[in-house]
Design a protein around this ligand. Structure first.
Ligand SMILES: [Zn+2]
Length: 101
């Protein structure tokens, strides 16, 4: 397994996981529950991490993540389906999976 990405916001990590899953790439999130709720203990070491199982698809997965991160919008958006607020970096709604318009 290889570590693909880490971010303090687990929603961003899970969003990437969902996008990769849609591409048929299986990933695992570790430290899922470590960040947040841990108060002062929430250091960089406890950020949620996205790991890829199939290392032969590592480059593909990295390219997808790069594409997402370089495509960042600058403002939060609201899901048309469930009205949840989504971080500007999300391509699909963290809550219901609806794709951004
Ligand atoms: Zn939604």
């Amino acid at each position: 397994m290889k570590k693909l990405y880490t971010h303090e916001n687990r929603m961003i990590v899970f969003n990437l996981k969902n996008v990769l899953q849609a591409e048929g790439i299986e990933t695992i999130v570790v430290n899922e529950f470590a960040a947040g709720g841990a108060g002062d203990l929430a250091t960089f070491d406890t950020w949620p991490e996205l790991w890829i199982e199939d290392e032969t698809r590592l480059e593909q997965a990295q390219a997808i993540i790069q594409g997402i991160l370089s495509n960042r919008k600058t403002e939060d958006w609201f899901c048309r389906t469930c009205q949840e607020q989504n971080d500007a970096s999300f391509q699909i709604c963290w809550n219901c999976g609806q794709a951004i318009e």
